[in-house]
Design a protein around this ligand. Structure first.
Ligand code: HEC
Ligand code: HEC
Ligand code: HEC
Ligand code: HEC
Ligand code: HEC
Length: 173
């Protein structure tokens, strides 16, 4: 009797916690300003640079990796930009390259530390970037396309065609 009551209480507390986290943390549409006005629309859209040219490790590892200054300099040692603002932003890349300072990109997606997520199994299963990130190649500023909460992950894992595990330890340490 007592244990049953306690487990019911546990589930209630869990439900409240999850509900609370969802309310105070509406992450959909989060699009922080970046230290350099980098546009995916211009690079991945207009110039059709493949995602993995810059996000090199996305298929093999846990992290998708944000490119370093050297990757930008592959082109921007030559390409200087068309508008005065564009030229000013590109100058920031060259300055960082000279001083050796990294560019402090602000994280857009950031799951809590207790969650286990890796790109690798998703890419292996044939999931496209757009399924989780939307049409990034049309975005001047990257914005999150969903709440990145537990419901979002589990809903997709539950789809019969995905056949992905939903045990708690799949996603929690
Ligand atoms: C020329 C290099 C380059 C290309 C090509 C590129 N990206 Fe990016 N990407 C970046 C940089 C730099 C950032 C960090 C700044 C920002 O968030 O805009 C970034 C950030 C992101 C983020 C947000 C990361 C975070 O902090 O959560 C996502 C998602 C993303 N890119 C997806 C894509 C997808 C999908 C494509 C292909 C359609 C792509 N990128 C092509 C350079 C690139
Ligand atoms: C494969 C080549 C390539 C790479 C790599 C690349 N860019 Fe570019 N970038 C371009 C081209 C092409 C333009 C268009 C400007 C032009 O035609 O003069 C551009 C334009 C820009 C502009 C100016 C936009 C404007 O309004 O003129 C910025 C800022 C910029 N890139 C930032 C970055 C950053 C930051 C990185 C590294 C994360 C990066 N680029 C990597 C090719 C590249
Ligand atoms: C199944 C959903 C899913 C797919 C498919 C997916 N991503 Fe992600 N991506 C995420 C999540 C969730 C995060 C946040 C991870 C974190 O905070 O630990 C993320 C984070 C990122 C980041 C930030 C750096 C990092 O690894 O945390 C970049 C860049 C990125 N994704 C690019 C891509 C690209 C490029 C593709 C396609 C090749 C892609 N993603 C496919 C869900 C996805
Ligand atoms: C668009 C659908 C989709 C979304 C959204 C999604 N996943 Fe997945 N996930 C999959 C598929 C498909 C697999 C691969 C299943 C297989 O083939 O084994 C997978 C596999 C995984 C695996 C590896 C499981 C294993 O042991 O094989 C982990 C961990 C994981 N996902 C965590 C997450 C987390 C955490 C989130 C949310 C932040 C998330 N996923 C969102 C579809 C998705
Ligand atoms: C497919 C991945 C996935 C599975 C399976 C999963 N979780 Fe989660 N869980 C998440 C993610 C992602 C978050 C972070 C949500 C957020 O930050 O909004 C989370 C958050 C939580 C939280 C903290 C509350 C919160 O919203 O931050 C608890 C407690 C939790 N999960 C318990 C469980 C339990 C118990 C199970 C098994 C019944 C489980 N999870 C299975 C992905 C998963």
């Amino acid at each position: 009797m007592k244990t049953r009551f306690l487990s019911a209480l546990g589930i209630l507390v869990l439900a409240l916690l999850i509900g609370f986290a969802a309310c105070v943390n509406p992450r959909e549409g989060y699009a922080p300003e970046q230290p350099i006005a980098f546009s995916h629309q211009l690079h991945a859209g207009v110039n059709q640079i493949p995602c993995q040219y810059c996000h090199v490790s996305v298929g093999e590892s846990h992290k998708a990796s944000i490119p370093g200054v050297n990757t930008c300099m592959n082109c921007h040692s030559q390409v200087s930009g068309r508008t005065p603002e564009g030229k000013r932003e590109i100058q920031k890349i060259r300055n960082a390259w000279k001083t050796g300072d990294p560019i402090d990109w602000v994280k857009v997606h950031d799951l809590p530390d207790h969650v286990r997520f890796s790109h690798q199994p998703h890419i292996m299963a044939g999931k496209d970037c757009t399924e989780c990130h939307g049409q990034v190649n049309t975005m001047d500023v990257v914005a999150t396309q969903n709440e990145l909460n537990m419901g979002w992950c589990v809903n997709c894992h539950r789809q019969p065609e995905n056949n992905a595990p939903i045990e708690c330890f799949t996603c929690h340490y």
